[in-house]
Design a protein around this ligand. Structure first.
Ligand code: SF4
Length: 387
C-alpha cells in the first residue's frame, strides 16, 4: 500500500512537469530571461560585498531602512526591535524566515503570529515542517489537509469537502488576520541593487495583502536574492514562476520603499495609504563565505523554483527527511551546508543527475554534493588525525 508521502509526491510530480513544459513552449521569451538572469546572478556572486552596499543605499534612497544581518540571532534581534510593543503579525511564505526560526521566536516573545500562505498556515496549525522549498505542505494529501482543517480551524470542513471549500474556509479565516495585522513580514524572490525594489511572486494574494495592509512591512531575505537591476528582478520572477509550474503567476509584487503619493504638486510624499515604514533585512548567515568558495558559489545561483525535487530519486523516497527543513531535497542539501555547515546529508546523493538537467540555472548539484561528501570525509580524517 502506498504511503501518504508516495501519493503526495506522485500527484505533485504529475502536476509540475506538464505545467513547466507548457510555459516554456508557449512563452519563448522565458529562455532569453533565463540566460540573462544567469549572467546577472553570477555578477552579484562574484562581487557580493559591493552589491550588498549598493542595494542598501538604494533601499534607503527610496525611503526604506536597510540592515545587513550577519547571522540568525542578529536577524531575529533586529526584527524584534522593529516590532517593539506591537503584537499582531502576519507572515508571507519565506524560507529565510524559517531558516532563522522566526515564527517560533516571535511566539516565544509573546507575539500573535499567523502564516498567510495556505500551505504554511496548514503547517502552522498542524505543527509540521516544510517538505519542499516552495510547495511547503507537499507531503500532505488533500484528505489530510481537510482533516487538519477540520480539527484546528473549521468544523464545517471534512474529508468530503472540495478543494474550493477548503480554500474558502482558509480565505475567511485569513481575511480577519489581514485586517488586524500591525506588522507584515515577507521574504523576497529578488531585490534589485539599482532601485532597492523587492520583487515577490505569488498566486494567492496573501503576499500583496501582507505587503500593503499593515502599517509596517518587514522584508527578510538572503543576500543571494540580490540582482543588479530591476529588469533582472523581473526576469527572476518570470523564470522562477515558469520553472515552478505556475506561469503566469497571478501576482508579481514590486515594492520600492514605503507607500507614496505624487499627487500634491508632483512632490513625492511618504507615506500614502499603504505602509508607512519598510524595513529590509539582508541575511548573510554563510552566504558570503559560500560566495568565496569556488565550488559552493554556484549554489547561490538557486532561484528556489523547486523543480529539481521532482527529478530526484532520493527525495522521492525520503522527502523532508533528506536534509533539514526548510532546506531538504537536492538544493536543500547544498543550502543546509551553506547555512549550518552540515555536510552529512550529501552522502545520500546517488548522483542520478536529474536535478542538474532540469535546473534553470544549470547548477551542477550532483557535483556540489560530491564536493560536500569530500569535505565531510576529509573533515572526519583531520578530526581523527588530531586525536
Ligand atoms: S537548484 Fe535549480 S532546480 Fe533546484 S530549486 Fe534551485 S534553481 Fe530550481
Amino acid at each position: 500500500m502506498k504511503s501518504e508521502w508516495d501519493i503526495a509526491i506522485e500527484r505533485a510530480t504529475a502536476n509540475n512537469a506538464p505545467a513547466v513544459f507548457s510555459a516554456l513552449s508557449n512563452f519563448s521569451y522565458i529562455e532569453n530571461a533565463r540566460s540573462r538572469l544567469k549572467e546577472a546572478k553570477s555578477k552579484v556572486i562574484d562581487n557580493m560585498e559591493y552589491y550588498i552596499g549598493k542595494t542598501m543605499e538604494s533601499v534607503r534612497r527610496v525611503g526604506g531602512t536597510a540592515y545587513l544581518a550577519r547571522d540568525l540571532e542578529d536577524a531575529r534581534r533586529r526584527i524584534l526591535e522593529i516590532i517593539g510593543e506591537r503584537r499582531k503579525i502576519i507572515l508571507g511564505k519565506s524560507s529565510v524566515a524559517f531558516e532563522i526560526g522566526l515564527r517560533k521566536f516571535l511566539k516565544e516573545n509573546g507575539k500573535d503570529v499567523w502564516e498567510t500562505d495556505f500551505g504554511e498556515l496548514l503547517l502552522q496549525i498542524s505543527d509540521e515542517e516544510p517538505s519542499h522549498i516552495i510547495t511547503v505542505a507537499l507531503h500532505m494529501t488533500r484528505e489530510r489537509f481537510a482533516h487538519n482543517l477540520h480539527e484546528k480551524l473549521d468544523r464545517n470542513i471534512d474529508e468530503k469537502s472540495t478543494a474550493s471549500e477548503m480554500a474558502d474556509s482558509v480565505r475567511n479565516f485569513l481575511r480577519n488576520k489581514f485586517q488586524e495585522a500591525e506588522i507584515g513580514i515577507t521574504g523576497a524572490n529578488a531585490i534589485s541593487a539599482d532601485t532597492g525594489t523587492v520583487v515577490l511572486v505569488e498566486n494567492e494574494g496573501n503576499i500583496r495583502m501582507t505587503t500593503v495592509k499593515p502599517p509596517v512591512h518587514i522584508v527578510i531575505t538572503g543576500v543571494d536574492k540580490i540582482v543588479p537591476t530591476m529588469e533582472d528582478a523581473f526576469n527572476e520572477a518570470m523564470v522562477q514562476s515558469a520553472y515552478a509550474g505556475s506561469f503566469p503567476p497571478t501576482y508579481i509584487n514590486f515594492t520600492s520603499g514605503p507607500s507614496s503619493t505624487g499627487d500634491i504638486e508632483a512632490e513625492v510624499i511618504r507615506p500614502a495609504t499603504g505602509p508607512k515604514d519598510l524595513f529590509v533585512i539582508l541575511l548573510d548567515n554563510g552566504r558570503l563565505n559560500a560566495s568565496s568558495d569556488p565550488k559552493m558559489k554556484e549554489a547561490l545561483m538557486c532561484i528556489r523554483c523547486g523543480r529539481c525535487y521532482y527529478s530526484c530519486p532520493v527525495y522521492s523516497i525520503l522527502g523532508k527527511d533528506w536534509g533539514k527543513s526548510p532546506y531538504s531535497g537536492p538544493t536543500g542539501v547544498m543550502w543546509n551546508y551553506i547555512t549550518t555547515g552540515d555536510s552529512v546529508p550529501s552522502h545520500l546523493c546517488t548522483h542520478s543527475g536529474g536535478c542538474k538537467v532540469v535546473c534553470p540555472m544549470d547548477i551542477n548539484i550532483p557535483g556540489i554534493l560530491e564536493y560536500l561528501k569530500w569535505k565531510n570525509i576529509s573533515g572526519m580524517k583531520s578530526d581523527s588525525t588530531e586525536e
